[in-house]
Design a protein around this ligand. Structure first.
Ligand code: SF4
Ligand code: SF4
Length: 131
């Protein structure tokens, strides 16, 4: 029987799916300061990385921030340690989608909203459904 904490297993799974190593992050905050939607996130990129370093992956998976990420890749280009947080958020969403616990329900988006929605958001949504 394994003595590994369940959240530790989740962190390893997120690392595997994202190709990112959580210990590479040294908490400089450059990702969060450049993220265009960080202010709307309950858990912005740098805090998300810290949660993973502390084996608190469950808190990150329960956050709305991973769903608000627009996959714009700004965080990854700013990171001095080469961490691509967009991939981490995508891995978290993939885990939840595979468990069929998506927070993004297409039926909730009206035809009017579809017309107004920026193209980038559409692309981000497709990426979210790719899991
Ligand atoms: S990829 Fe996501 S987390 Fe990174 S800067 Fe863009 S919106 Fe923010
Ligand atoms: S920019 Fe990179 S090193 Fe800095 S907090 Fe974000 S993920 Fe960590």
């Amino acid at each position: 029987m394994s003595n590994t904490h369940p959240d530790e297993e989740l962190v390893r799974q997120i690392e595997l799916l994202s190709g990112q190593k959580v210990t590479d992050c040294y908490q400089c905050g450059a990702c969060t300061s450049g993220c265009p939607v960080a202010e709307m996130m309950d858990v912005p990129p740098s805090k998300a990385m810290r949660l993973l370093q502390l084996n608190r992956a469950g808190e990150l998976l329960a956050s709305s921030g991973i769903w608000m990420c627009a996959s714009c890749l700004v965080c990854g280009t700013r990171c001095p340690r080469g961490v691509d947080y967009a991939r981490v958020a995508e891995a978290c969403r993939a885990i939840l989608l595979r468990a069929r616990s998506s927070k993004l329900d297409p039926d909730m988006v009206s035809a009017e909203e579809c017309e107004d929605i920026p193209q980038q958001a559409f692309i981000a949504a497709f990426r979210k459904f790719a899991g």
